[in-house]
Ligand binder design. Structure first.
Ligand code: TA6
Length: 297
């Protein structure tokens, strides 16, 4: 791994701005620090693990009990769910790319001082055993006062493919019980807590119990109002027809060995998705981009 880290640093570090370090268990993580923001991005899963604009407390949440090991996603950050969102019989939940090692394709600092990382993954025999399609997948992470993540799927095969996907973003809040999510008023959602019953949102989303909802047919920008933390986190999106909102609350939290007791109060997920009935079909050679833009208001 030292050799791999050395090679990564020789080829892709940006002096004073971006370096690769051992993020635990020998897994490489890009550390980014600029006058605008700092961030960490793991090559395993192309998982953003941290982002905070200068002067702010962390916006992205990671559990204190998170486990870092090869082949396992970290509890928190931004897992990439692809080519399916949610459970699938006999197959890994949320797809298979969040636990794989991605290739670092490019790093750069743009003219506005933002750091851009491009991570990629293509099909091989092991992916085709799970999902019989040729693909090129790329996550472009842009770190500045805004965190932008663009998940770009290209169908490199000769037949159409259908997928669902998500940037399963975990946000840090001071107290979820004093947090609401704006932007989903009037939207229909599938309620996982009520056997996928279809319900309609009235007003903002508040948290008083386990909440696990796929809001369908919505392209709206959402805002997390973190009252106790005295801040507002905006999530704008493109190429996304669904938004998932999740908090496990006190009982369900216990099912996650990689969450510490009581941590549900400090987090919530607002996920930029195409999920449930909102599927993407790509013709041979076609490309789709799922984009989340996160900023503090
Ligand atoms: O996006 C919400 C959700 O699908 C929940 O149902 C919950 O189980 C969560 O994601 C975490 O899933 P994971 O597979 O990472 O344990």
């Amino acid at each position: 791994m030292t050799h791999a880290l050395d090679t990564l640093n020789q080829q892709h570090s940006l002096p004073g701005v971006l370096e690769f370090v051992d993020g635990g268990a020998g897994l490489p993580v890009a550390h980014i620090h600029t006058p605008q923001a700092s961030a960490r991005v793991a090559l395993q899963g192309a998982q953003v693990l941290a982002w905070q604009p200068a002067g702010a407390v962390p916006v992205i949440w990671v559990s204190k009990a998170a486990v870092v090991e090869p082949g396992k996603g970290v509890r928190g950050g931004v897992p990439v769910c692809w080519p399916w969102f949610g459970a699938r019989d006999g197959l890994p939940a949320h797809g298979f790319v969040r636990t794989r090692m991605w290739q670092l394709r490019h790093t750069a600092q743009d003219s506005q001082g933002q750091v851009v990382l491009r991570l990629g993954l293509t099909d091989d025999a092991s992916t085709r055993a799970l999902w019989p399609h040729a693909f090129d997948l790329e996550l472009v992470v842009t770190v500045g006062r805004t965190l932008t993540m663009a998940l770009i799927t290209c169908n490199t095969g000769s037949t159409p493919l259908t997928l669902t996907d998500a940037l399963h973003t975990y946000f840090a809040v001071a107290d979820v019980a004093q947090t609401t999510v704006q932007g989903l008023d009037g939207c229909d959602y599938l309620d996982k807590v009520q056997h996928m019953a279809t319900c309609r949102q009235a007003g903002s989303v508040a948290f008083t119990t386990e909440t696990d909802r796929v809001y369908v047919n919505t392209t709206a920008t959402c805002v997390i109002d973190d009252t106790a933390g005295q801040r507002h986190i905006q999530i704008a999106k493109q190429g996304s027809a669904s938004t998932v909102v999740w908090n496990p609350w006190s009982e369900r939290e216990k099912a996650f060995a990689d969450m510490a007791a009581g941590e549900y109060r400090k987090m919530l997920c607002v996920e930029t998705c195409n999920a449930g009935p909102d599927q993407i079909t790509l013709a041979a050679g076609a490309t789709h981009s799922l984009v989340a833009e996160i900023s503090l208001l």
